[in-house]
Design a protein around this ligand. Sequence first.
Ligand code: C2E
Ligand code: MG
Ligand code: MG
Ligand code: MG
Length: 278
Amino acid sequence: QVKRSGKNHHLHYNKEMQQELRNKAVTEGIIRKAVQEDGFYLVYQPQVNVKTGEIESFEALVRLKHHSISPDVFIRIAEESDLIYQIGRVVTKEAIRQAAAWRDKGYPRKSISINFSSKQIRDRDYLQFLVDTLAEYEMDPQCLEIEITESILMEETDLTLELLEKIKELGIKIALDDFGTGFSSLNYLTYIPVDKVKLDKSLCDKFLSPDNIKVIESIISLAHSLNLVITAEGIEEQWQYEQLKLSGCNSIQGYLFSKPLVAEEAEKIYEKNFLDSL
Ligand code: C2E
Ligand code: MG
Ligand code: MG
Ligand code: MG
């Protein structure tokens, strides 16, 4: 009896693994096709200044045109192959093109941030690509922000620090994304050249209640003592906004203000004051 269910379990496990491998192969095929056939687009989510209610910057987030696979899923699969390099470049170019288009249409200047996967550190010519693309669109590097996660420090630390220093020298800002999901050692905030820390949604969900707020408050005060700006991510409720404002958080990104929007929709809220709608 025991033996048989053990065997069944084993079979079941194999089947699941095979299914997963198949799904992965299918998704990789979809990504490969998207890379070849212009199959990506970007959506933009505003980061709103807590005090003024104005949009300070937009985070560019990638989507597949013909599939509803979440970027959490397809980015992870792309990271296991060279496809992430190509996606990284497509996103970089499109975000800079869009920022330049908004400038040319007369919209006020705001930052655009793009996500840089830790694996892209191995795309050795990325920096040159970035410089060339900024030049092509005559974009001021100060308008660009690159979001990294702490996992970038796990491998090739020297190379990483060198690249980050060069990015900073160009005038591009660096944000540390998903803070609170990894090791979250505050130590490396003192030696990696970041300008901004983004508190992850999971941290905000857990530590914004009055009983727990000290955790967030101490992260914010440490960040401020290092001259870093703090953005909170995944804010859906007004009370969270109120609490973060009291705690000295600088800006907020979340469904409370806006979901990520296609460029035409982002234009409609470009100059909106979000405090008016609270
Ligand atoms: P992320 O960079 O931390 O982006 C924030 C994610 O939180 C986005 O998910 C956004 O839609 C979601 N979000 C924002 N506000 C709220 C909220 O109030 N509630 C909830 N439930 N979610 C909220 P998205 O667009 O699905 O992206 C997921 C992740 O995929 C990103 O996390 C990022 O790590 C990765 N990603 C997205 N676009 C790119 C890209 O162009 N390149 C790379 N390398 N990674 C990307
Ligand atoms: Mg991000
Ligand atoms: Mg994040
Ligand atoms: Mg995330």
